[in-house]
Design a protein around this ligand. Structure first.
Ligand code: NAP
Length: 291
């Protein structure tokens, strides 16, 4: 883990690209006005990373908000890190064009990180035996875009250990990032250790359990002990394991709160305590059945 400035912590990915460990999630953030307000607050409080996806249908608004606001904070394109994702409907021959469309919608000439959003093709059954081949074809197409410099780092999302092993066995460019649901009710122990052994950075989504974990008894207890909020404890729980986070929040108060996590530490006992009795709960998607 590297330290940059007083507040911003970053990770160096396996291809040398530097990525902030904390970014702003934008799933379900729609409309230019609300995105502009959120991006304004995020830039003010120190966020330099933004996570979007073609399926969020907010790439144009995010791009417009950033173009409008970067000068206000004396920032330029190279100061920020933008992630987008390939829609599951575009797995296969359309992957390259879909990536170029995301670039065009965002108004960018490069993406810092581009992820395959889901390991299966939309419209096919999860257990469709054609999924492994279409993933491989898609990755090859994105490797070609990567070689042009229009994508600075390539990764995947919602892949299991089996999907990752298949990818690593066939790729020219190894994945730099795996973005998955990750929080104390879903600690992804085997995936995290696979990533650590294979040089892939694990990035958490739904770190707050989509908001559901904010009232969890153990989380609230640890938060009280540190004089912090449940959200800060959940984010710190991931960060202390070397896992990046991209919490989504709409109000400037929450956006600020979620970034204010660098000046306290959880004990290793607390990191374990937060896992509760080990009962797992997914608040988002379940990719385990995807062939
Ligand atoms: N790759 C994938 O398949 C995938 C899947 C899901 C998410 N993601 C990415 O990960 C990001 C984060 O995940 P997520 O949006 O599912 O869930 P999340 O970040 O776990 O939780 C977001 C929810 O928590 C609330 N919240 C945020 N900060 C809070 C705070 N300090 N106090 C109280 N409530 C707070 C938000 O409310 P308000 O918005 O009302 O403030 C929102 O309802 C997404 O936005 C997206 O960029 C990726």
């Amino acid at each position: 883990m590297d330290k940059q400035g007083d507040q911003q912590q970053t990770v160096t990915l396996n291809n040398g690209v530097t990525m902030p460990l904390l970014g702003l999630g934008t799933f379900r953030m729609r409309g230019l006005e609300s995105i502009t307000q959120a991006v304004d607050a995020a830039l003010e409080y120190g966020y330099r990373s933004f996570d979007t996806a073609s399926v969020y249908r907010n790439e144009s608004d995010l791009g417009q908000a950033l173009r409008q606001l970067l000068p206000k904070y004396g920032l330029s394109r190279s100061d920020i890190f933008i992630t987008s994702k390939l829609s599951p409907s575009d797995l296969g021959p359309g992957a390259r064009d879909a990536c170029l469309k995301s670039l065009s919608d965002l108004g960018l000439d490069y993406l810092d990180l581009y992820l395959i959003h889901w390991p299966g093709k939309q419209g096919w059954r999860s257990d469709d035996a054609r999924n492994p081949a279409i993933r491989e074809e898609t990755w090859k197409a994105l490797e070609d875009v990567y070689q042009t410099g229009a994508i600075k780092a390539l990764g995947v999302s919602n892949y299991t250990v089996a999907h990752m092993a298949q990818l690593l066995g066939s790729c020219r460019v190894p994945p730099a990032v795996l973005q998955v649901e990750f929080h104390p009710r879903l600690p992804q122990t085997s995936l995290l250790s696979w990533c650590q052994q294979n040089g892939v950075h694990l990035q958490a989504y739904s770190s707050l359990g989509c908001g559901h974990l904010l009232e969890n008894v153990e989380v609230c207890k640890v938060a009280k002990a540190h004089g912090r909020t449940p959200s800060q404890v959940l984010l710190k729980w991931a960060l202390q394991q070397g896992v990046g986070v991209i919490p989504k929040a709409s109000s400037s108060v929450r956006i600020k709160e979620n970034f204010n996590v660098w000046d306290f530490e959880l004990s290793s006992e607390e990191v374990e305590l937060l896992k509760g009795d080990g009962t797992e709960k997914k608040y988002c998607w379940d990719p385990t059945g995807v062939a």
